[in-house]
Every structure is written in structure tokens, then in C-alpha cells.
Write a new protein. Structure first.
Length: 401
């Protein structure tokens, strides 16, 4: 938008609506609007000046082609004149505020200057265009102004008429009455001249005071506009300051959340590592349990072999006692059973052979039992070492948590 605009124009605002800018030429202008032909629906418009809202509502009802609205108060132009807002889809044909000159909008062609030929002129007239501008053809039409003489000019004309009349009558013989009349006229002319000079001085003072008043009024209006603009900028500054504080607070919150996310990520990685260690230890404990079960089965088998060995020892002892009993009985009945000595000797030899076999079997079982006991002790020591390592690892993980 243009500051202190001289012609009406429209610009697109940030929210997609049209922003209309009007200069103020009338003290109490009227708002005249019209719609595009063939369009329908009610048209809304908001009008505001430097003081506040002037008009906000429906300017054209559905089916109404054009209308004129009287403003509720005299508008006061601001830094950008009088502003209006409407939707970019509203089918307005024209929006006029008061009386303003009809101008031509022209623009250059791709950064190259062009020339606008102005019609309705006695001689060809061209306006050089280097950028977008407006041109008022009415400025070329001369206006006929009536010549209104000032009081000083009237008095000078009367003085010239009287002087010429006196010079024309100098050759004539005047009577004393005419001479007295001329003297009275001269005195009257002198008085009028003095009064003219006084009036001229008063007119000059009045003009100077009027110029001063006009300058003071313009300066006052400019200061009022500056004050309004300063208030608007102050409000905008407060809004921007509040927005900046809110954004700073959000930035601090984002930083805090980023640190929290980083900490949670590190904690998650540590927990994942601990979970992996726990899974590995669980697999290790499972393997140890399986190995313990195998060793338990082997220990049960060893116990079974020990029981078998004990049974064989008991059977050997029983056989030994039987042999001893047979020997004693054989010695006691040697004479009585001499005829059966060969048979008894054969039985004894067989028993001795069986006893030797039992002793060999017993020795083999003892060796196997000793080997199993040694291996079981090694397995127990290995199990204790593995369990100790697992317990130490679990204790380290608990301490880390």
C-alpha cells in the first residue's frame, strides 16, 4: 500500500482478501457500490479509517445491482488513507468513496520503458512510463477562471480615471465650485489610497496568518497521524514481543525435550545391551542346566554301577563263605567222602575260577567307579566355575542397574 495515497487502489493481503485504499477528498463522502452483471448473493464490505471502524456489514443484498450508503460519521484519513476489506471472490464491479479523479493505470513492458499517448489534446502528447503509475488526463484540460480584481486594483483604476479627467479639463476654465469639488475628490482619493494601503497590509497579514494556520493544521494532522501510527507500531511491538517470548519459551521447551530424548535414547541403548546380556546369560544358564541334567544322569548311572558292584561283592563274599564252608566240610568229611574228593576238587577248582573271574570283574568295576568318580568331580568343579561366572555376571548387571 502507498502512504498518503492520491488515487484509489487495491492490494492482496496476507490472508488472501482484497485490501482497498481510498484517498479522502470530501468531508462527508458517500459509499457507492455495484455488482458484476449476472452475479448473485449478498456482498460484504468492511470500511475503516484512522479512528476505527466506519462500516462493517452487507452493502448489496441478493438481486440488488448497486446501492449508496451514508457513513455514520465523517471519516478521518490515516497514514494509508481510508481502508476497506472484502473477500477476493466477492463479485464487486466498483467501490467508490466520495468523488475522486478518474485516472489511467499504466505499466512498463518487462523492465523496458513505453510511451502512453494521451488523446483529446491539440498536439500529440506522450507520457514516458518506466514503472507502474497512474495518470490523470484532466490535468491537461485548462480551466477558465474568472478575473476578480482586488480592492487595490479598483482604487488604482479610479485614480487613473480621475487623473485623466483632471488632465482633460486643465485647458478649460473651471468655476470655483468645480475647483472645490476637485479638491474634495483629491482628498477623497488620498483617503481611499491610505485606506487601500491599510487594507492591503491587513490582507497581507490575514493571508500570512491563514498560511500559518494552514501549516499548523497540516502539521497537527501529520502529528496526529504519526501518533496513531506510533500507537499502532507500539501495539505491533507488544504483539511481536509477546510472540517472541512465546517462541523463546517453546525453543527452551524443545531444547529440554531434545535433552530428555537424548537421555532416553542412551537409557534405551543401555537397557537393550542389558537385555542382550540377560538373553546371553539365560542361554548360558539353560546350557548349564542341560549339562547338569546330563551329569545327573551319569551320576545316577554311576550309582547304579556302585549298587551292582556292591551286589557282586556281597555275592563274592557269599561264595567265599560257601567255599570256606565246603573246605571245612571237606576237611571234616575227608575220610568219609574220600571217594568223592576228585569231584570236590573239581568243584573247588571251578569255584576258584569263578572267584578269580569275580575278583577280576570286581577290580574292573572298581577301576571304572574310580574313573567315574574322578570325572564326576571334574564335572562338579566345571559346574561350580560356570555357575560362579554366571552369578558374578548377574551381580555386575544388578550393580549397573
Amino acid at each position: 500500500m502507498r502512504a498518503f495515497c492520491q488515487v484509489a487502489q487495491r492490494v492482496a493481503s496476507a490472508d488472501g482478501r482484497w485490501r482497498l485504499q481510498f484517498p479522502l477528498f470530501d468531508a462527508a463522502p458517500t459509499l457507492r457500490v455495484s455488482r458484476q452483471s449476472g452475479s448473485h448473493g449478498a456482498l460484504q464490505l468492511m470500511l475503516e479509517d484512522s479512528i476505527g471502524s466506519l462500516f462493517d456489514g452487507c452493502v448489496l443484498e441478493d438481486g440488488q445491482a448497486h446501492s449508496t450508503h451514508q457513513l455514520p460519521r465523517a471519516p478521518v484519513a490515516g497514514y494509508y488513507g481510508v481502508l476497506a476489506s472484502c473477500g477476493n471472490a466477492e463479485p464487486f464491479a466498483s467501490v467508490q468513496l466520495g468523488h475522486a479523479p478518474d485516472v489511467l493505470w499504466v505499466a512498463s513492458d518487462e523492465n523496458a520503458c513505453r510511451y502512453l499517448q494521451v488523446s483529446d489534446t491539440p498536439q500529440p502528447l506522450y507520457v514516458q512510463v518506466t514503472q507502474a503509475l497512474w495518470f490523470d488526463p484532466a490535468t491537461l484540460s485548462p480551466s477558465m477562471t474568472a478575473v476578480v480584481p482586488t480592492p487595490a486594483q479598483v482604487l488604482e483604476g479610479l485614480q487613473a480615471c480621475f487623473d485623466s479627467a483632471l488632465q482633460g479639463d486643465s485647458a478649460l476654465v473651471h468655476s470655483e465650485a468645480q475647483a472645490a469639488e476637485r479638491n474634495q475628490l483629491r482628498v477623497l482619493i488620498q483617503n481611499l489610497t491610505a485606506e487601500r494601503d491599510g487594507l492591503s497590509v491587513m490582507v497581507a497579514d490575514a493571508n500570512r496568518q491563514a498560511v500559518e494556520m494552514q501549516n499548523l493544521g497540516a502539521e497537527r494532522d501529520a502529528l496526529l497521524q504519526c501518533a496513531v501510527e506510533a500507537d499502532r507500531l507500539q501495539v505491533q511491538l507488544q504483539s511481536l514481543t509477546a510472540e517472541r517470548d512465546a517462541l523463546l519459551h517453546r525453543a527452551q521447551e524443545v531444547d529440554r525435550l531434545a535433552v530428555q530424548v537424548q537421555n532416553l535414547g542412551a537409557e534405551r541403548d543401555a537397557l537393550l545391551q542389558r537385555a542382550l546380556d540377560a538373553d546371553r546369560l539365560a542361554v548360558l544358564v539353560q546350557n548349564l542346566n542341560a549339562e547338569r541334567d546330563v551329569f545327573s544322569q551319569r551320576a545316577a548311572a554311576t550309582d547304579h554301577l556302585i549298587v551292582q558292584l556292591q551286589n557282586l561283592d556281597a555275592e563274592r563274599d557269599a561264595l567265599t563263605r560257601q567255599v570256606q564252608n565246603h573246605i571245612e566240610m571237606q576237611q571234616q568229611q575227608d575220610q568219609y567222602f574220600h571217594q568223592r574228593s576228585s569231584e570236590a576238587q573239581a568243584q573247588i577248582q571251578e569255584a576258584l575260577g569263578r572267584l578269580s573271574e569275580l575278583e577280576a570283574t570286581n577290580q574292573h568295576l572298581k577301576d571304572q567307579l574310580h574313573a567315574n568318580q574322578v570325572r564326576l568331580a571334574q564335572l562338579d568343579q566345571h559346574m561350580e566355575n560356570r555357575v560362579g561366572i554366571a552369578v558374578n555376571t548377574l551381580a555386575c548387571l544388578v550393580n549397573k542397574k
